[in-house]
Design a protein around this ligand. Structure first.
Ligand code: OXD
Ligand code: MN
Length: 581
C-alpha cells in the first residue's frame, strides 16, 4: 500500500530519509494486520498473552518504568508568537522546536519498522470529522490506534480526497526522559513526539490531535474541541437527553459515561457516546451537536469493578490491551480494587510484595474498542452527532463546591468553566492531590492562549439562542474526617436527573450568588442512606470560602493580561459583589 497523494508520499519519504527505518509499513487497518502485529509482539516479548480462557484476545504491555504517564512539563505548543500559545502552555518557537526535535529523530528508527497510520477522528462519513496520519516506530502504537480510531484504507481514501490532514511524527527514540518531547505546531497542523511510548504522548490522535491541534482548528472554524465525555440519558418515558461533561483526567469521566442506573431508579437507561473527548458544532439551526472523535477507550484500570463500573469491567474481559497492570498466578490481569483474585506479579514484572507499592500502576490503562461496551449508543456512529442539552463542568474538590449548581447564563457558565479547579491525579507525572486551576478541564490540552479560548467560548452566544445550559458538579466533597459525603457512581444519576429537569424547565431552584442550586427536596434520595443534614451540607455554599474562591479566580483570570475578555472579568466581579452584599 502507498498513496496517490503527493504531499503525503513526499512527507513519508522525507521522514524515512531522516529516521532511516529498516522497513516502511503502510497500515491498512485490517483485522489480519492487527493479528499479525499481536503475534509479532508476543513473540518479541513486548506483549504478554493473558489467560485466554478467562480473558480471550487480551494482552499485557509493560511500558518503560520511566514512561508511565503524560509529561506536561515536556509538552510544547510551538507558535510564531508566544502570546498565541499563552501562559497556559509551555512555548517554543517553531524554528527552535523543529531544530531541537529533528536532531533527536536522526536515525531514530534505524533497525526498526516505520509504520504509516492514516486515521480519521470521528465517524468516517461525518462532515465534523478530521483526518490525520501518524508515522511511528512502535507496533504498540499501531494496535492501540486500531482500537482508538478509524484507521487504515477508508481513512486514507478520505485523506486523498480532502488532501488536508494533521501530520504526526512519533518515535519511541531511546526512551530517555531527558530526550523526551511532545511538540505541537498548530500553524502547520503538525505534531512531533519522541522518547515516550505511553498513551497521550504516543497515540497522537488523542490528546495531541483531537484536543491540542483540534482546539486551534476549532477556533478558526467556529467549533469547540473539548475534554468531555458524551452520554445519552434515557428517561423512563423514552425521551433521551445528551449531555457533555468536562472533568479533569481520572475524575470519573469513564464511569459517568457508562453509568448503570441503580435498582432504585427503574426505567432509566444510559447510552455512551464517548468518555474523553467531544467535538461540538452548531448545526444550521443553531443547535449544538457533538461527535466523539475517538472509536475506543484508553481508560484508567485501578478501581474498575462491577460496583464502580459494571460495563467497563465486562467490556475489558475480552479483546483488550492492558498496560502496566499486575498479574495473578494463572495469568489474569490484576489491579487494585478489582475485588477478585490475588496479585502475584506487579506491573514491573516482579514478584508482588505489598510493601513495595501497588500491583498495578495507578495510571495503568485498558485499551478497548468502544463497540465492546454494552451501553454503546447507536448514535455514536451518526455523522451528524447528537444534540446537546447540557454542558457539565466538574472537578475534585474536598470542600467548597456544592454537589451541583447551574449557571445563570452562557456567559456565567463560561466563568464557571474557566474557574474549574481540581486535585491533580496520576494521569500526569507530578504531585498528586494538589489543587490546581484546570479551566474547562483543558489545562493540559488547550492548543492556544486560554484568554482567546474563553473569548471563543463567549462568542457562541452571539451565534445562537439555543445554547445548552451549563452546570457544575462535585462528586468529591468530604466531611471533616475525610469521608466522601456523596455515594457517587450510579447514584450520580440522581443529580443528572435534576439537571434534565432543569433543561426541561420542570423544577425551580434557589437563586444564589454562585448560581441556581437545587432545593434539597428536588434531589431524589429515596432508598439512599443519606441524612438530611448531609444533603444540606452537600448543597451548602460557605460564603467566606466562596469570597476567597472568587478573589482567587479573579487573580487567576487577570494573570492572562490584556487578552482576557472583559465579559469574563465582569461576571467574576458581579458574583463577588453578590457574595459580599
Ligand atoms: C486521559 C487523560 O488519558 O486525560 O484521558 O489523561
Ligand atoms: Mn482525558
Amino acid at each position: 500500500m502507498t498513496t496517490s497523494l503527493p504531499t503525503l508520499r513526499d512527507w513519508v519519504q522525507s521522514v524515512a530519509a531522516i529516521t532511516l527505518p529498516e522497513n516502511v509499513h503502510w497500515c491498512d487497518g485490517s483485522d489480519s494486520e492487527y493479528k499479525m502485529l499481536i503475534q509479532m509482539m508476543t513473540k518479541s516479548g513486548s506483549l504478554i498473552e493473558l489467560n485466554q480462557k478467562e480473558y480471550p484476545d487480551c494482552y499485557l504491555h509493560r511500558s518503560d518504568p520511566s514512561d508511565v504517564a503524560r509529561v506536561e512539563h515536556l509538552t510544547f505548543i510551538c507558535t510564531t508568537k508566544q502570546e498565541d500559545a499563552g501562559p497556559n502552555n509551555h512555548w517554543m518557537s517553531p524554528e527552535k522546536g523543529h531544530k531541537k526535535i529533528d536532531n533527536l529523530f536522526k536515525k531514530a528508527m534505524a533497525g526498526r519498522t516505520m509504520y504509516v497510520i492514516p486515521y480519521c477522528m470521528g465517524p468516517i462519513d461525518s462532515p465534523y470529522s478530521r483526518l490525520g496520519v501518524e508515522i511511528t516506530d512502535s507496533a504498540y502504537v499501531v494496535i492501540n490506534m486500531k482500537l482508538m480510531t478509524r484507521m487504515g484504507r477508508e481513512a486514507l481514501k478520505r485523506i486523498e480526497l480532502e488532501k488536508t490532514f494533521v501530520k504526526g511524527l512519533h518515535s519511541i527514540g531511546d526512551l530517555n526522559p531527558k530526550k523526551r518531547f511532545i511538540m505541537h505546531f498548530p500553524e502547520e497542523l503538525s505534531i512531533k513526539s519522541i522518547g515516550s511510548g505511553y498513551g497521550g504522548n504516543a497515540l497522537l490522535g488523542k490528546k495531541c490531535h483531537a484536543l491540542r491541534i483540534a482546539s486551534w482548528q476549532a477556533r478558526q472554524e467556529g467549533w469547540l474541541a473539548e475534554h468531555m465525555l458524551i452520554v445519552g440519558i434515557e428517561k423512563p418515558n423514552g425521551d433521551i437527553h445528551y449531555i457533555a461533561c468536562a472533568f479533569p483526567s481520572a475524575c470519573g469521566k469513564t464511569n459517568l459515561a457508562m453509568l448503570i442506573p441503580p435498582a432504585s431508579q427503574p426505567g432509566w437507561k444510559i447510552w455512551t457516546l464517548g468518555d474523553d473527548i467531544a467535538w461540538l458544532h452548531l448545526d444550521e439551526f443553531g443547535q449544538m451537536r457533538a461527535i466523539n472523535p475517538e472509536a475506543g477507550y484508553f481508560g484508567v484500570v485501578p478501581g474498575t469493578n462491577p460496583k464502580t463500573n459494571r460495563n467497563a469491567y465486562d467490556m475489558i474481559q475480552s479483546e483488550t490491551i492492558f498496560t502496566n497492570v499486575g498479574l495473578t498466578k494463572d495469568n489474569q490481569p490484576w489491579w487494585e480494587d478489582k475485588k477478585t483474585g490475588q496479585p502475584d506479579i506487579n506491573w514491573l514484572g516482579k514478584k508482588y510484595d505489598k510493601g513495595e507499592g501497588p500491583a498495578a500502576h495507578p495510571n495503568s490503562r485498558f485499551t478497548v474498542s468502544a463497540k465492546n461496551n454494552a451501553s454503546y449508543s447507536r448514535l455514536a456512529e451518526s455523522p451528524e452527532g447528537v444534540p446537546i442539552s447540557a454542558i457539565v463542568f466538574g472537578g475534585r474538590r474536598k470542600k467548597l463546591a456544592p454537589l451541583v449548581y447551574e449557571a445563570k447564563s452562557w456567559q456565567h457558565g463560561v466563568l464557571i468553566g474557566a474557574s474549574v479547579a481540581s486535585e491533580t491525579t496520576a494521569a500526569a507525572i507530578g504531585d498528586v492531590g494538589v489543587i490546581r486551576r484546570d479551566p474547562m478541564a483543558m489545562k493540559p490540552f488547550c492548543g492556544y492562549n486560554f484568554a482567546d479560548y474563553w473569548q471563543h467560548w463567549l462568542s457562541f452566544s452571539d451565534r445562537t439562542k439555543k445554547l445548552p445550559k451549563i452546570f457544575h458538579v462535585n462528586w468529591f466533597r468530604q466531611d471533616k474526617l475525610g469521608k466522601f459525603l456523596w455515594p457517587g457512581f450510579g447514584e450520580n444519576l440522581r443529580v443528572l436527573s435534576w439537571i434534565i429537569d432543569r433543561c426541561e424547565n420542570q423544577v425551580d431552584a434557589q437563586d444564589t450568588a454562585i448560581g441556581y442550586l437545587p432545593h434539597t427536596k428536588d434531589i431524589n434520595t429515596d432508598d439512599l442512606e443519606i441524612s438530611n443534614e448531609t444533603m444540606k451540607e452537600l448543597l451548602s455554599v460557605k460564603k467566606e470560602s466562596w469570597i476567597d474562591e472568587m478573589k482567587s479566580v479573579g487573580k487567576y483570570l487577570q494573570s492572562y493580561g490584556e487578552r482576557l475578555p472583559n465579559a469574563l472579568l465582569k461576571n467574576q466581579e458581579e458574583v463577588l459583589k453578590m457574595l459580599m452584599d
